[in-house]
Each structure stands twice: as structure tokens, then as C-alpha cells.
Design a protein. Structure first.
Length: 617
């Protein structure tokens, strides 16, 4: 593998960028506005419910839509942090922005610029957008890494490309700050702290890899070293941020406040800048600018004032970032605030979910790196099949797992989530039977929860409901370009209601499916506050006390489609803590070797039931 590898990646990145753009364009062109509304990607006929100023001083528009009782939310596919285009009423044009807060019938948008004054009540329209900014940052990172001649970036690059061997440092006696770490977690911390250049932590579901990363960060901060903690998703970064704040560390979170959990926005760079005492000087300069704008011939002076304002803002940002013990951001969110800054340690969580170009954005700032993830769970999302096949789907963690010395890799084995019966099948299939259920979870059941009555569902940890012969055939949803299965959906809702009748709270249950159309169908059948219904892909890193999983596929050809990617099934099967219910057609899935072994496992623990045993029609 040569430095040409980075040129090849840059070419694949451009193919991927075009593929994503074409997909967004196809959606806009292929689907009429009514279809985009049905998908939740466009919301029309919105009325102005209010205006405000959000974190970091962004202007907020609060838009609402009247919903008939039982109607689906027009914002079902939208979430805080999404880029959107807001079309204004009265032919006033459109403004791009970021979703700040999303409710069933109300949505708040942080606009990128001030809207016109005296906006009328409506109608407004919102469309979901894509963004090229991340692609430009990835391309720039690849170029920087390719051109690096000396220093830590060049060394890390050569280690990742197997041109140089990383050193295995001497383990020192660590005084652990978190005394509850198990032996495998302690080994991972020791290995990471001792490694001079790179260490990898493999974290199967529920094994506490983020807990390990937090200990590594705290130990590093104790030595007065600088730390950058990054991940591809906002959820993962916020998870680290919340834990670090709880320990009292000085942290700063980069990124748009709208993309960050509301309870954590006080730690964002924009908010910290807005609270700086120098803001009074900035406000004074703005007042001066406004006065000059009313006079003729003051263009040059107005430009000088803007220059001074930007200079003050940059100096505030530099001071805030410089005083932080830990800087946190998504890979794509690493912008100008740290453009010229390197870090003694860069920690990457969810390393298996980031493409190589995306991972190089934070890694290019690292003197040393610790990467944590799980190559047996979902890979990055790739739009271009060609780019994926030619190398974009291969992550840095995939490569390191094969090339990095075993002394620099640690597998976390004790999991703190699943009942032993839920854990065993994925452990045997994907982790060579290496996972161990901690005593606190190995036998816990739904019936152990306060207020939950014992019954057939709440007193067992695992149930497979077989729909073979039931007539629950899959159908193709052309509008959503996805599959659904009405019979399975109705059965899933029936089982959900049985759990609710036993006293299980809706927030303790998740209904998951690999198919977007099935998720939407399920949402149309049951809506209760707290209940989460969604796709498997969107649930990685999450957990529920009980999970009902609808696999959808039921056809005469025994086609399983992307259910054949067992990494997706690994995620699906490992979200439940106390009860996992899987609904599937054995006649369809049983022809696949993985599912054949799954059916045998269900039989071996007497967890196999027929859908005929449940009367719900």
C-alpha cells in the first residue's frame, strides 16, 4: 500500500459525494411534494408560532402545523441537527438553517442568518438538505496526511499503512480513578496509556468501551496533556461529554448547538463565546456599525468594524479552546477553532462507523491515538456501491485489527447489558463465545422491574415468534423504496400491548426493524409517549429493557436481502437488556446459514413459538 492510496481514496470520496448528491436529487425529482411530506422530508403549510434567539446567538424560527388526532408528525424523519432549507412566505426567498428542536406538531430552526423583519404568519416550508462541507474537510485531511513528511501525522500514517511497526510501551502501575473497572477494562486502559503511538479497544455490545475511554482521558488530563475526543455521531460525542462534565473536567464541545443535546449546550463553544465578558465590546462595535450604516460613504469604516469583531471572536474562541482540558467534536465538526492545533491524545469512539477519510480529520491532529469500536457491528453508510467495493467501506479499524500487534489491541469481554440467554447466540456467532455476562445482568428479567407483573413474556428473556404458514407476506412499498409486513407489524403491536398490560412502561420498550417502511407502518399502528419505534441502523449504541424485533422478510424464494449482513443482526439482537422478542418467518430466513443456527438456538432453549399461539386479529 503506497501513498497513492490517499489519491485513490480522494477519487472514491468524489464518487461518493456525487452519489449522495444524486440520491438527494433523485428524491426531490422522483417524489412529488406530497410524497416527500409523507416521508417526513418536507413539511409544508407551516405557520409562524414564534421567534427567539438560541444558543450562540442564532436566530430561531418556531414553526407549527395543526395535526388531526392520530395523524403522523409531519417532522417524522427530521431530528435536531439536520440541515434544512426554510422557504419563507410572500416570495421572500429561502434561508438555510439547522433544526434546533423537533416535536410532533412544532419545529424550531436555527437560521444561518437573520430573517427579514415583519414576517407574516405563513405559509412556510421546510426541506431536508445534504451538505458538501464534510466532503471538503475529508478531502483536505487526506491531502494533509498524504503530504506529511515528518512528525506524528507521518508516523501514524505509516503505521496505519503497515510501513512502520508501532511500539508497545512498558506498562506502569496505574492508580485507577474509576475503581469499578473490570480486569479487561483495566487492561485496555493500561495498554492505551503505555502505547507511544496507537492502541485499539474492541468493544462488543454492552462492554463499556466509553467508560474505558473516559478513564483514559481522565488519566491523560491528570498528566496535563491535551486531549481531543471525537466520534462520527453527535450522540456518541454527547455521551462522552456528559460523562466528562460529571467528573468536573473543563471541556468545550465544538459544533452547532442545535446538533447537541439540549442539556449539554452550555458546554458548546458558541455558548461559551456568547458568555465571554468581551461580548460587551462586540455589542458596542455592533451599535457603532449600525450608526455608520445609516450614513453615506462609511463602507470602509463598516468593513474595519466587522474585521475587528471577527478578530475579537477568534481570540475568544482560541482562549476558550486553549483553556479546555478536553475538546470534543464529531469528526466532521472539527472546524477552524482547532485548525492549527495538535493534541497529545486523540480518542476516537465508534471507530468502526467512520470511513477512513472521515477518521483522518481528527487523526491528522494526533500525536497519539486511541481508537475504540466494534468491527462486528454496523459499518459506515456508503451511498456509492462502486466506492464501497473499491475501498471506501474498509475502515481504519478493519485494517488495524489485522495488522496491529496483538499487544496493542484489547477485547472487552464482560458485558453489562444483556441477560445471558440474549447474549449467548451473538457471542458464539461473532465473538467466538468470548463474552461474559456480568452477575448483575446475567439472569435479570422484566418481571424483576418495579410494578411489572409476572407472565409468559415478562418471565423469560428470549422469545422467537415464527410466522411460517401464517400468510404474513412481505410487500414492497414503492413510495419508500422499502419493504413492510403488515401481519408482523400487527403482531409486534399486540406483543407490545401485552407488555404494557403487565405494567412495563412504554419508555422501557423499543420496537425495531431493519426496514424504513416497516418502521413507518408500526408508527401508524401505535403511538404512545415514550415508545421508540425505529430502524436497527439508527439504534446502534442504544439499549432498552425490552426489544421487539420485526425482520419483515417472508417470500417464496427465501430471499433475505440485507438481513444477510450479520453485523446488522448483531446490532439488532444486542439492544435488549431483559427481553428480546424476534418475529420472523422461519421458512424464509432458515435457508441462510446464520439464521439456520439462530433457529436451532431458539429451539435449544425452548424459546420457539408460533404466531398461531397469539390471537390478535
Amino acid at each position: 500500500m503506497s501513498v497513492n492510496h490517499f489519491g485513490h481514496l480522494a477519487e472514491l470520496l468524489e464518487i461518493e459525494r456525487q452519489a449522495e448528491r444524486e440520491e438527494n436529487k433523485r428524491e426531490l425529482e422522483r417524489y412529488p411534494i406530497e410524497t416527500r411530506e409523507a416521508l417526513g422530508k418536507t413539511a409544508t403549510k407551516l405557520t409562524l408560532a414564534g421567534q427567539d434567539t438560541g444558543a450562540g446567538g442564532y436566530p430561531l424560527l418556531i414553526l407549527a402545523k395543526h395535526l388531526k388526532e392520530g395523524a403522523l408528525s409531519p417532522f417524522q424523519a427530521m431530528s435536531a441537527g439536520d440541515n434544512v432549507l426554510v422557504t419563507l412566505p410572500d416570495d421572500l426567498g429561502a434561508i438555510e438553517g439547522t433544526l434546533y428542536h423537533v416535536e410532533d406538531a412544532k419545529i424550531t430552526v436555527a437560521l444561518n442568518k437573520q430573517p427579514p423583519k415583519n414576517l407574516t404568519a405563513g405559509p412556510f416550508q421546510i426541506d431536508l438538505l445534504g451538505s458538501d462541507a464534510t466532503y471538503y474537510r475529508m478531502a483536505r485531511a487526506l491531502q494533509d496526511v498524504k503530504n506529511a513528511k515528518l512528525g506524528s501525522t507521518a508516523l501514524l500514517r505509516d503505521i496505519f499503512m503497515a510501513k512502520k511497526k508501532p511500539r508497545i510501551g512498558k506498562h506502569l502501575k496505574t492508580v485507577f480513578m474509576n475503581e469499578d473497572l473490570n480486569e479487561f477494562q483495566r487492561r485496555a486502559v493500561d495498554t492505551a496509556l503505555a502505547a507511544p503511538e496507537i492502541a485499539v479497544i474492541h468493544g462488543p455490545p454492552g462492554t463499556g468501551k466509553t467508560t474505558v475511554l473516559i478513564e483514559i482521558i481522565r488519566q491523560t488530563v491528570k498528566k496535563r496533556a491535551s486531549v481531543l475526543a471525537s466520534a462520527p455521531s453527535n450522540v456518541a460525542v454527547d455521551n462522552m461529554l456528559e460523562k466528562l462534565l460529571a467528573y468536573g473536567l473543563r471541556v468545550v464541545r465544538l459544533g452547532h448547538p442545535a446538533r447537541i443535546s439540549e442539556a449539554l449546550r452550555h458546554a458548546t463553544l458558541d455558548v461559551l463565546i456568547a458568555e465571554d465578558p468581551m461580548q460587551e465590546e462586540i455589542r458596542r462595535l455592533h451599535r457603532e456599525r449600525e450608526k455608520l450604516s445609516k450614513k453615506k460613504g462609511e463602507g470602509k469604516n463598516i468593513g474595519l468594524i466587522w474585521k475587528e469583531i471577527r478578530s475579537i471572536e477568534r481570540s475568544i474562541a482560541k482562549a476558550v479552546v486553549g483553556s479546555a482540558q478536553v475538546v470534543l467534536a464529531t469528526h466532521a465538526g472539527l472546524g477552524r477553532a482547532v485548525a492549527r492545533q495538535d493534541f497529545d491524545l486523540v480518542v476516537l469512539d465508534e471507530a468502526s462507523q467512520a470511513t477512513e477519510p472521515l477518521s483522518w480529520i481528527p487523526l491528522a491532529k494526533a500525536k497519539k491515538a486511541v481508537m475504540a469500536g466494534d468491527t462486528r457491528q454496523l459499518p459506515p453508510t456508503i451511498y456509492s456501491e462502486q466506492a464501497g467495493k473499491e475501498g471506501l467501506a474498509t475502515t481504519l479499524l478493519d485494517r488495524l485489527e489485522k495488522t496491529l500487534p496483538k499487544g496493542l489491541q484489547t477485547l472487552l469481554r464482560i458485558q453489562y447489558r444483556m441477560h445471558e440467554a440474549i447474549m449467548k447466540f451473538p457471542s458464539d456467532e461473532l465473538y467466538a463465545g468470548s463474552l461474559i455476562a456480568n452477575d448483575t445482568v446475567k439472569s435479570h428479567l422484566m418481571s424483576d422491574l418495579p410494578g411489572v407483573e409476572p407472565n409468559e413474556l415478562t418471565m423469560q428473556p428470549f422469545l422467537y415468534v415464527d410466522t411460517a404458514g401464517s400468510g404474513f407476506e412481505e410487500t414492497w412499498n414503492q413510495m419508500l423504496d422499502s419493504r413492510e409486513n403488515k401481519g408482523e407489524a400487527e403482531l409486534a403491536v399486540h406483543l407490545y400491548r401485552q407488555l404494557r398490560q403487565a405494567g412495563v412502561q412504554s419508555r422501557q420498550i423499543g420496537i425495531l426493524t431493519p426496514y424504513v417502511a416497516q418502521a413507518r407502518l408500526l408508527k401508524s399502528l401505535v403511538r404512545e409517549p415514550g415508545l421508540e419505534i425505529g430502524s436497527v441502523d439508527g439504534f446502534q449504541g442504544r439499549e432498552k429493557e425490552a426489544v421487539i424485533l420485526s425482520l419483515v422478510r417472508s417470500n417464496e424464494k427465501s430471499e433475505v436481502g440485507f438481513l444477510g449482513d450479520i453485523r446488522r443482526m448483531n446490532v439488532a439482537m444486542t439492544r435488549a437488556r431483559r427481553l428480546l422478542i424476534i418475529i420472523a418467518d422461519s421458512a424464509t430466513i432458515g435457508q441462510h446459514p446464520f439464521y439456520s443456527r439462530f433457529l436451532e438456538y431458539a429451539q435449544s432453549i425452548s424459546a420457539h413459538r408460533s404466531s398461531y399461539e397469539y390471537s390478535f386479529k
